[in-house]
Design a protein around this ligand. Sequence first.
Ligand SMILES: Cc1cc2nc3c(=O)[nH]c(=O)nc-3n(C[C@H](O)[C@H](O)[C@H](O)COP(=O)(O)OP(=O)(O)OC[C@H]3O[C@@H](n4cnc5c(N)ncnc54)[C@H](O)[C@@H]3O)c2cc1C
Length: 348
Amino acid sequence: MNFHGKNNFKMGPIGDHVLEFDLFTPDGKLLTCSRNSSSDVFFAAIGGFGMLGCFTRIAIQMKRVESGLLEVYALATSSLGEMIREFEARMEKADYLVGWIDCFARGTKLGRGQIHEAHYLHSADDPDPQQTLRIENQELPDTIFGVIPKSIVWRLMGPISNNIGMRLLNWAKYTASATIGNRKTVRQSHGGFAFLLDYVPNWKFVYRPHGFIQYQSFIPAENAERCFAAQLTECHRCGIIPYLGVFKRHRKDGFLMTHGVDGYSLALDIPITNRNREPLRSLTQRLNRIVLDSGGRFYFAKDSTLDAETARSYLGDAAITEFKRLKRVLDPDNLLQTDLSQRLFGDF
Ligand SMILES: Cc1cc2nc3c(=O)[nH]c(=O)nc-3n(C[C@H](O)[C@H](O)[C@H](O)COP(=O)(O)OP(=O)(O)OC[C@H]3O[C@@H](n4cnc5c(N)ncnc54)[C@H](O)[C@@H]3O)c2cc1C
């Protein structure tokens, strides 16, 4: 899937750190690929959603960190435009940047939210790096406020797992981040910073019984504010409001089926109900149109709404033709298929 983190703007996706891999292909061969050897397969299999073969060995260039802690600075932003301006101003120095958006806010408050900017610590800045680097200090605590077992928190959220409750929760989070939490710096473990939602284990159960979709689109920087404002406005217009919005900065990469852009992504967690199932389907089609009109891209790992035509529009004929060529060479009997591949590419 060639996944990305909150440092995508600086480090690129995981594929940018892969030196070499072995791919076991359906035609029975073990192919060693790198940027210099079988490079066409290298750039297509990474991000190739498992369609070209099975990675059996991956060599990755790692990076040494000197402390298990990050220094995390929180900043409230009153609009989408302000969030983008703050990202642009902080990108050069920050090691990680991520934004949260209150999707219930509208009008002049549309896109308000909070940025978290994180920096690595040098060992001299950490009183006990040997300790903070230990795996047990990267795991999230079992209780909230030292008493409430985290395993039951999703049950406590039951009464607010609806539009009114989530509006209130988003409002409370924004109000806290714009007042007591604003412009504050804390130290947090890498695990705590990277896996924030997992502070509530089984948070996905909040979306019971019908689940949710995550709708994430990637938009060139110059079109991002306009596109995401249009998406949020469209959600409000049809009364389907995402419960969570997460904002990230990205950069371009060289992979064939990439979701990478020099710009931004907004991931919207949208609950599914019996009543909104059909309206949600047509909402995502309108959101897709806005993305295509903005020169944007999509991400297979998060996709459940694209059709073949939309995939072709953003990937382009040349990329799809090349992917299909490799598919025919490596998997002549079309052994590897998924629901996603059939929906977007048929029988290749
Ligand atoms: C809560 C949540 C948050 C997420 N946040 C992010 C995020 O911040 N950034 C991001 O980039 N993604 C994010 N994702 C998406 C996630 O990174 C991808 O779904 C990822 O691919 C999951 O890997 P997996 O091995 O669990 O999935 P799998 O479904 O097992 O694999 C994913 C794909 O890789 C293929 N594959 C698996 N193993 C192999 C192999 N050995 N060789 C070749 N192909 C293989 C599969 O065919 C499939 O297409 C998130 C997902 C969730 C559920």
